[in-house]
Design a protein around this ligand. Structure first.
Ligand SMILES: NC(=O)c1ccc[n+]([C@@H]2O[C@H](COP(=O)([O-])OP(=O)(O)OC[C@H]3O[C@@H](n4cnc5c(N)ncnc54)[C@H](OP(=O)(O)O)[C@@H]3O)[C@@H](O)[C@H]2O)c1
Length: 152
């Protein structure tokens, strides 16, 4: 399972109903990465970003019994079971509460750091960087993409 996120240099991932930066090239890269794969996300993130997902299987974590346009799961474990059954790559795409639950299960993380400092109200969790290798790092100008792989 791969965690995918964009954050500021101060770990901000969101502000209100969106992200506090305007870096469409990073968001497009995210959409290209998850296209055709399986995406697990929290219900708030689904409400904000779900409309942009193309040809993905989406599994939304919620205590609600159903949601239009998505499979639902009432626990991360159940969401990951459904996700694995799709046979596609499984991405966990936020938000903050879901990253916090998922990080200990993740094998890989695709993290973009947006250059600059931004105010927000949602953060990417702290993680022990000594447990992760950065196996790829690309500076795209407005943001730096890093592929982190868990050290076994
Ligand atoms: N920068 C990025 O890459 C990125 C990506 C995604 C999101 N974001 C940002 O993150 C923020 C949203 O994060 P958030 O933490 O507030 O919300 P969230 O994680 O997207 O969704 C929270 C909701 O998910 C459901 N949920 C979470 N864990 C659950 C569990 N174990 N069992 C059942 N339901 C569960 C609950 O839904 P119910 O209330 O329906 O029960 C909960 O209210 C926004 O600012 C958004 O813009 C940023």
């Amino acid at each position: 399972m791969i965690i995918i996120s964009a954050m500021s240099e101060g770990r901000v991932i969101g502000s209100g109903e969106g992200m506090p930066w305007n870096v469409p090239e990073e968001y497009e890269r995210y959409l290209e990465t998850v296209a055709g794969q399986t995406v697990v996300m929290g219900r708030r993130s689904w409400n904000i970003f779900g409309k942009d997902l193309v040809d993905t299987d989406h599994i939304v974590l919620t205590r609600k019994r159903s949601l239009d346009g998505a499979k639902v799961a009432a626990s991360l474990e159940h969401a990951l079971e459904i996700a694995v059954d799709t046979g596609r790559m499984v991405f966990v795409a936020g938000g903050s509460s879901v990253y916090g639950q998922a990080i200990s299960f993740a094998d890989e993380m695709y993290l973009s750091t947006i250059k600059g400092d931004f105010d927000g109200d949602s953060y990417f969790p702290e993680f022990d960087e000594s447990q992760w290798d950065v196996v790829r790092e690309i500076d795209y100008g407005t943001y730096i993409f890093r592929h982190h792989s868990r050290i076994n």
